[in-house]
Write a protein that binds this ligand. Sequence first.
Ligand code: ZN
Length: 396
Amino acid sequence: MNWSELYWHRITPLHLLLWPASLLYIVFQTIRRYLYRRAILTAVKITVPVIVIDSITANNTEKSPILIWVINLLKSYGLRPAIIGRGYPDNYHRPMAVTNAGNARLTGDESLLLSNMLHQSCPIWIGYDRIEVAKALLQTHPECNVLVCNDGLQDLRLHRDTEVIVVNTNHVNFGNGLIMPAGPLRDRLSRLKNADAVLTAESRQQVPDVGRRARVFRFDLQEQKYVNLMQPILAANINELNEKRIYAIATETNAQRFVDNLKFLKAALTIKTFPAEHKFTQKDFELDNVQMILMPWEDAVKCLGINDARIWYPWQECQIEPGLREVILQRLREKFMDPKLLDILVCPLCKGPLIYKKDNQELICKPDRLAYSIRDGIPVMLEDEARAIPPEEDIK
Ligand code: ZN
């Protein structure tokens, strides 16, 4: 357990002292929600649909696999998703793109992980103000037609079309069950009633009442594998590791959890621990006769610049009940019925405007002579799947 887990799992005199602050926080949130509901405060609508995916607790590490599942789902339907978020809670920076070359101190390690896992195929932007981030991202990437917000449960200023909340009431995530700052909960559990979908790794019976609007879906983390940092498309299972000469590196913050994680490994293992704020350099990796270097992902992503093909990190993919797919796609279909939204879509190839042909359910790029089809209400914005318009066909 790290300090935050230790803190959140107990009720001490300090927690009782903080309890009034938690109450104040609840009152503040309730008033804000009321003002937004009564349209006294208005949420900002981004031009493209926004899906918010966030956890009801502050220390949930299962959100990244869920986010990757959703991004891959959107991509498989021909959509062009992008990720926005704050990056890390106290980020006061202006909007910036996250790249593999990014500095974890600037972008937060989770953003770097997402960038690495998604092979940089989906733009990720972070910054203090999520609305500014969304606008800046769409200006640079006008081809993006759906934004996934990797936090922002309480950022009611950002209008969301779909809200997915991850809730795990197990001991690890739920802690002492108190609301911040006395506990890990970011809001009252009644907040789940406003969501479109609630995800849990536990049984449905353990999920608090979600009301009539939200639907509950289960997600399962798959068997652990190891992903290559420089080529995340490469993955190894635990049996493949047993035949290798392995060295493990971790900072103190992640070391204990990492050691627990590796205890199933039969191969002889040397673990080197570095101080929490250690800045890794090439020198730390001058290891002869080592085939694989294992690191927790939080530390591994800080070593992208070191370019060592031997670095791998443990990873668990997730599977989610298909019902979530329907919730997300249905909301997107409703959004894409709006001609105004179809109007702002651009050709992913030339980034130029498209002509909407309602009868054929196609979006036409005149300069490229390509017709992007709208399949079952979802525009398939993939140049490989677009219909090439023959020279004899007239484009008006
Ligand atoms: Zn074009």
